[in-house]
Design a binder for this molecule. Sequence first.
Ligand SMILES: C[S@@+](CC[C@H](N)C(=O)[O-])C[C@H]1O[C@@H](n2cnc3c(N)ncnc32)[C@H](O)[C@@H]1O
Length: 273
Amino acid sequence: MSEESFSPDWLALREPADHRARAADLVAPLVEWLESRQSRRVLDLGSGTGSNLRYLAPRLRGEQEWTLVDRDADLLDRATGAAVTVPGVARVERIPGELDREGLGLVPGSDLVTASALLDLVTHEWLERLAATCRAAGSAALLALTWDGVINWADPDRDDELVAAAVRSHQLRDKRMGPALGPAAGQAAERAFRAAGYDTWLRPSPWRLQAADASLARALVDGWETAVAEQRPADASLIRDWAQNRRATVASQFALEVGHVDLLALPPGPGAP
Ligand SMILES: C[S@@+](CC[C@H](N)C(=O)[O-])C[C@H]1O[C@@H](n2cnc3c(N)ncnc32)[C@H](O)[C@@H]1O
C-alpha cells in the first residue's frame, strides 16, 4: 500500500474490523436529527469501494440518496451493483474527484457529510474549510475511524514504542494535499466543528484484533515495517527484527488494539449564533 493509493484488497480486509469498531451510539442522535429533514442526501468523502455506505445506510431510516467521491476511479468502480445494494438506498452516484474540489463542492445540498478512515490523511486547512462549508450548508457530519496514534500489543516488545512513534510521524507526510494531520485529526476535527458552532460527540472506535483477525494484523505489521523503514532508515535491522517477532506473534494467540475515534457533529438549531 503506497501513501497515496489504497488497494481494494486492503479495504476489503479492514472492512469487518471497521464495522465492528464503529461507535454505534452515534447513530441514534444522527437518525433523530435527520427526522427533521425533508431529504436524506448523504455525501461520502474518500468513499473507496463504499464501506461507509454499507455500514451506515441500513442504520439510517428513510429513503436515501448517496454520493460517493474518491480520487481513485478504480475503487469507485467497485462500489457498484451488489456492493451498494442496500435497503433504503434509492440512488448512488459516484464522482471521481478530489476532496478539496469535487468533495467540498458537493457539500451544499447534502444533509449529511460523512467519511470513514479518511481524516488522518487530510490537512488542517481542509478540515477548517469542511467545517465552514458544512455550517453554511446546514449539514451534519459523521467522520468515523480516524486513527488516533494508539498501537497497543497485549504482550509488549521493547521496540513497540519506537515503531509506533515512527508510524505516527510517517502518517504526517503529505498525501498530495499538504502535510497530513495524522493522529491529531480526530481532535482537530472536533475543534473545527465546535468553532463553527456545532454540537459534537467524539467517541473511541478502536480495532480490537485477536487470532481471528490474523490476516489484518499481519498486513498491519507489513505496512508498519515499510513505513518505519522509510522513516528511520538507520534502524533497518532493528525494524526487520521487530517485524519478524510480530509476524510470529500474529501467527499465534495475540491481542492488538489500534485506536480510532468517531466524530458526530450536529449543526446548531435555528436562531443559534
Ligand atoms: C483509507 S481509504 C478509506 C476508504 C473508505 N472510506 C473505507 O472506509 O473503506 C481512504 C480513501 O480516501 C481517498 N482519498 C484520499 N485522499 C483523497 C483526496 N485528496 N481526494 C479524494 N479522495 C481521496 C483514497 O483514494 C481512499 O479511497
